[in-house]
Design a protein around this ligand. Structure first.
Ligand SMILES: Nc1ncnc2c1ncn2[C@@H]1O[C@H](COP(=O)(O)OP(=O)(O)O)[C@@H](O)[C@H]1O
Ligand SMILES: [Mg+2]
Length: 360
């Protein structure tokens, strides 16, 4: 490989490989229309890893599946805009127009590698098929590429793996195969949805390193979905935090950990034991339950669980707005928060107001 993918595209004017604006994804269900993703905006630059974090059910996977257009279009309604590579409006493509993007310019890795592998074909056959579907390589060239990609993933005995079937591999080896498959066409955008959640800690660390190496070598923009803040600290450049279908905080990874602004983010961080320990379990934690999508509360969606909530919080949905704190090293436009009290909270914490609220 002598050129990176970025050099293959004339894209100097547009660093963002993906721009999502006000995405709304709703499902027709027996209980009526539910909006699982409600006005989500973010962007992913080339070579950048954007983390998408939040508790189970907050809409992370639906966001990814909306970008890839993987949801059943008979029961799904999309609104907003998903712009790929500065020009292509993915939500407006027909299924026939969309198909060539998947597996070539848009790569995807899921939590369960078996969902991307066919049990009845060898690893070699599946990799070669994936490569030949999206390139003009001959069978022999594709076979060479398949081996090369497996070698890059660090899988032991790559030649042997090509002849094996998925069930003959460990979970970590299968995930490496899926990563090889996702990366073999050098995608511009990689969407990784909890790719290490099912793996042991050591394998998880190796897979994270692999994804990090690949974005450096191919300049791939990556949407990295996880409920695990330890993983975020390890691999992400920027982060959006989601709560019940909305983005509640958007900032760079250092600010997220050093100066979290939203009470929900603070709660998540407080409940993450240590970045060095095993965080593979679901986020525990903040008292109270997430409201259901059929009973979305008025005002701030987190208010019922928030130690800082006041009456005003339940009146109107707070905007996702620039957050500014005196002495902060982050430019206001680079840190967004959906909380009307974000600036007051550090003072409230230092005067112990949080405790008084719950006194009676
Ligand atoms: N096809 C669907 N039909 C109806 N509701 C769905 C569908 N897919 C997901 N949901 C709901 O959307 C919400 C967000 O789900 P999801 O994006 O999978 O959450 P997570 O953040 O855990 O990935 C959940 O309440 C889920 O039940
Ligand atoms: Mg999910």
């Amino acid at each position: 490989m002598t050129t990176t993918h970025a050099e293959n595209h004339d894209d100097a004017g547009s660093p963002d490989v993906l721009r999502v604006r006000d995405l709304r994804t709703s499902f027709a269900t027996e209980d009526g229309l539910v909006t699982a993703v409600d006005g989500v905006s973010f962007h992913v630059a080339r070579g950048e890893i954007l983390g998408i974090v939040g508790e189970s059910g907050c809409g992370k996977s639906v966001t990814a599946e909306s970008v890839m257009r993987l949801l059943d279009e008979d029961t799904t309604d999309y609104d907003g805009s998903v712009t790929f590579d500065g020009t292509t409006e993915l939500l407006e493509l027909t299924e026939d127009q969309m198909r060539p993007y998947r597996g070539s310019r848009l790569g995807m890795i899921f939590q369960d590698p078996m969902s991307s592998l066919n049990p009845v074909y060898t690893i070699g056959n599946q990799l070669i098929e994936a490569i030949r579907t999206h390139t003009r390589l001959t069978k022999q060239q594709a076979a060479d590429k398949a081996l090369q990609m497996l070698q890059i993933t660090g899988i032991p005995e790559p030649e042997l793996r090509l002849r094996q079937y998925p069930h003959q591999l460990s979970g970590g080896q299968r995930q490496r195969v899926v990563i090889a498959m996702a990366m073999c066409c050098e995608p511009d955008l990689l969407i990784a949805d909890e790719p290490t959640t099912a793996l042991d800690v050591t394998t998880q660390a190796q897979i994270l390193r692999l994804i990090d190496d690949l974005r450096c070598n191919y300049d791939t923009g990556t949407m990295f979905i996880t409920h695990d803040l330890g993983v975020v600290a390890e691999i992400c450049d920027r982060v959006i935090v989601m709560y019940l279908g909305q983005v509640i905080e958007d900032t760079d990874v250092h600010t997220l950990f050093d100066e979290p602004a939203h009470p929900y983010t603070r709660g998540l961080l407080a409940s993450t034991p240590s970045l060095e320990t095993d965080n593979s379990k679901d986020l525990p934690i903040i008292p109270g339950a997430v409201p259901t999508l059929t009973q979305v509360p008025d005002g701030c969606r987190f208010a019922a669980r928030c130690p800082f909530a006041i009456d005003e919080c339940t009146r109107a949905t707070p905007e996702l707005r620039p957050h500014q704190r005196p002495g902060s090293h982050t430019a206001a436009g680079d840190h967004l928060v959906r909380c009307i009290r974000a600036e007051e909270i550090p003072d409230l914490l230092s005067t112990g107001d949080e405790q008084e609220d719950t006194d009676d």
